[in-house]
Design a protein around this ligand. Structure first.
Ligand code: ADP
Ligand code: MG
Length: 353
């Protein structure tokens, strides 16, 4: 018999600027790596993932998603089907967030960033945005911010590491309850090659590079697209997030320090989870201008069984959430206030159209 561990609901409505939007939840199962034992713990069936119950092999748990991909999906397919339609909304002044969730080794970085040979969501998104900018008759400005959260400390990755304050940048909330990172660099970028140079430079100053551990920090790329349309200025945002590994504290073998660090990561994840939930339930403090997508990365095989179950249980909760979107129309603000926002905060200068 098969017990349904999650229920599927209808997918997001077409964005019309003011409709209700849920966070879209995708699942991607990566291929087995050469050194891994191939087994049939996980099977993808349509939009569902089935995972055999280790205690009773005849039984499987089924988790349903807006889309579920097995090892064969290409970077290009995933981008075209699921990411491109979301990205296109920034030209309407909407904000969107795409983040990868899963344990270390599940394929988050491969999905969001990829490699030179298999570029992921970030390079594809940026190429798409610069392509549209080039074709556009209206003037358009693309700005980026790039930061990492390591042990709950925020670092600006667009400036040299030693120029960052040791205690990190402050996360603040303004009078209108916008959440923003104080003094985070916001840089206008003209072309894809310019972006690529800045992004690679940023990656090289991340803690991940400095201490050789790629799984303990959140990397957040924020892209702002500003456009003039019929005398209005529209400002859309895309946030592309590579989260720290979601592994459970109990399974961290290292000493206290590592435990504390793992706790900090989990608290950050908890905060992010709350943000996602607030966005989707339209909680007042956060407003409802974002649409988002969570990509749940899963590694195949028995070795990851408990991690996979934990990951899927988290993803299931995020599934039922609803989100309202509005168009952000920006007005001139003093430079001091033009600080990069997470886009997760409440939209103050917002009109619904
Ligand atoms: P994470 O960022 O979640 O820790 P990674 O993205 O680093 O995981 O992936 C772990 C390993 O699996 C890497 O060697 C990566 O190249 C490989 N990998 C992940 N996803 C895929 C995929 N879809 N196809 C091929 N290799 C993948
Ligand atoms: Mg990674």
């Amino acid at each position: 018999s098969s017990s349904s561990a999650a229920s599927n609901t209808s997918s997001t409505s077409a964005p019309n600027g003011s409709g209700e939007h849920r966070i879209k939840v995708l699942c991607r199962v990566r291929p087995f790596l050469p050194h891994e034992n191939k087994d049939d713990t996980i099977a993808v069936n349509g939009n569902s993932l089935e995972i055999s119950n280790v205690r009773s092999r005849a039984e499987a748990y089924r988790f349903s998603f807006d889309a579920c991909y097995d090892a064969l999906v290409t970077q290009e397919q995933l981008f075209k089907r699921d990411v491109q339609p979301l990205i296109d909304n920034v030209f309407k002044g909407l904000s969107t967030t795409v983040f990868c969730y899963g344990v270390t080794g599940a394929g988050k970085t491969h999905t969001i960033q990829g490699s030179d040979r298999e570029p992921g969501i970030i390079p594809r998104t940026m190429r798409s945005l610069f392509g549209t900018k080039k074709r556009s008759r209206e003037p358009m400005t693309i700005r980026i911010s790039y930061m990492e959260i390591y042990r709950e400390i925020v670092f600006d990755l667009l400036i040299p590491r030693d120029t960052n304050p040791a205690s990190g940048l402050a996360i603040r909330e303004d009078a209108n309850r916008n959440i923003f990172v104080a003094n985070l660099t916001e840089r206008a970028v003209e072309s894809y090659p310019e972006f690529e140079r800045l992004f690679k430079q940023g990656r090289s100053t991340a803690s991940t590079k400095l201490n050789g551990n790629s799984s303990r920090s959140h990397a957040i790329l924020m892209v702002q697209v500003e456009k003039k349309e019929k005398g209005k200025r529209l400002c859309g945002r895309v946030h592309l997030i590579d989260l720290a590994g979601s592994e459970d504290n109990r399974r961290t073998e290292n000493g206290r320090d590592r435990m504390a660090e793992s706790g900090a990561i989990n608290r950050s994840l908890f905060v992010l989870g709350q943000v996602v939930e607030a966005l989707n339930t339209g909680a007042d403090s956060l407003g409802g201008k974002s649409m988002g997508m969570m990509i749940v990365n899963v590694a195949p095989g028995h070795e990851f069984y408990q991690d996979t179950i934990n990951t899927l249980n988290f993803a299931k909760k995020s599934k039922t959430i609803v989100n309202k979107t509005v168009v952000n129309e920006i007005h001139d603000r003093p430079p001091a206030q033009r600080l990069a926002q997470f886009g997760l905060g409440k939209a103050t200068r917002t009109t619904t159209s």
